[in-house]
Design a protein around this ligand. Structure first.
Ligand SMILES: [Zn+2]
Length: 272
């Protein structure tokens, strides 16, 4: 008997967001800046910001079960919690290397729907007909954690195979099998572009601007930590109490404290 697929049946599950408090903001900031693998960082960010993916409630486990493209799509939308819908991005020109600015909306990055049968693809292999699930975040995390991967297609055949013996069979698949499995998974999987078409204003060449929200769209740890420090020193609240505040309210308190300190004569400030 085949196991049931883990990849969520909804390729692009709409996010239900949590109220943004300091705990979530700090978790996102630490993940965005961490040295962990990209898939693991995406899992942390989606689990911190989302209460649900469609009908499914969100945690690290379900964030891993979203299709690989669905996660990128969610990440682009999650970035809008911190950026405006339309924003300026800097991209290098493929032809002349100059960096230029382009204005775009992250939600306009093209994406392709899943193929029929998603999340499962059936493939004729030299071992018989076998079923595979479209790769999800958990599979990406597993691959990112492996060393010396000779052929990622064989890894995906083992991870995504629904047969009870998927791991052993993945070793026995020949290159022809691997090519067919790879093609079937690609056909059934949804897809999100990681770049947009642009024209370089310096040399006029058509260029692909790679847009990775993870590299620029999420906050750093400095602002939340600075505000925690400011509020803690003014009100004597603890760090967890301050992080419990909705981010907008924490920011407002920090502003009030800054404004008050700004109004004090400097000799009083030095004395305090
Ligand atoms: Zn150029």
């Amino acid at each position: 008997m085949d196991r049931a697929p883990e990849t969520l049946a909804r390729a692009y599950p709409p996010a239900r967001y949590r109220a943004l408090d300091g705990h979530a903001e700090l978790a996102v900031a630490e993940a965005a800046g961490s040295a962990g693998s990209r898939p693991a960082r995406v899992t942390t960010i989606l689990a911190a910001l989302c209460a649900g993916f469609g009908e499914v409630s969100a945690d690290r486990g379900t964030a891993r079960r979203v299709s690989a493209a669905g996660r990128e799509w969610l990440l682009q939308r999650a970035a809008l919690r911190f950026r405006g819908q339309w924003d300026w991005y800097e991209a290098p020109c493929d032809a002349c290397g100059a960096r230029f600015d382009l204005r775009l909306s992250l939600t306009d990055i093209p994406h392709v729907d899943a193929g029929p049968g998603f999340p499962v693809a059936e493939v004729s292999t030299s071992l018989g007909r076998r079923r595979f699930e479209a790769p999800n975040g958990g599979h990406e995390e597993a691959l990112a954690g492996m060393r010396d991967v000779e052929d990622p297609r064989r890894v995906f055949a083992a991870l995504c195979g629904l047969s009870e013996a998927a791991e052993a069979e993945a070793i026995r698949f020949d290159l022809h099998d691997l090519a067919r499995i790879d093609a079937a998974l690609e056909a059934v999987s949804p897809d999100v572009a990681d770049s947009v078409d642009a024209v370089c204003p310096y040399c006029g060449s058509a260029s692909k601007a790679r847009i990775d929200p993870l590299t620029f769209a999420f906050p750093g740890v400095e602002t939340p930590l600075r505000e925690v420090h400011l509020i803690a020193s003014a009100y004597r609240w603890t760090e967890p109490e301050i992080l419990d505040l909705p981010v907008a309210r924490r920011r407002a308190y920090a502003e009030l404290i800054r404004a008050e300190r700004g109004r004090l004569p400097s000799r009083v400030r030095r004395a305090s």
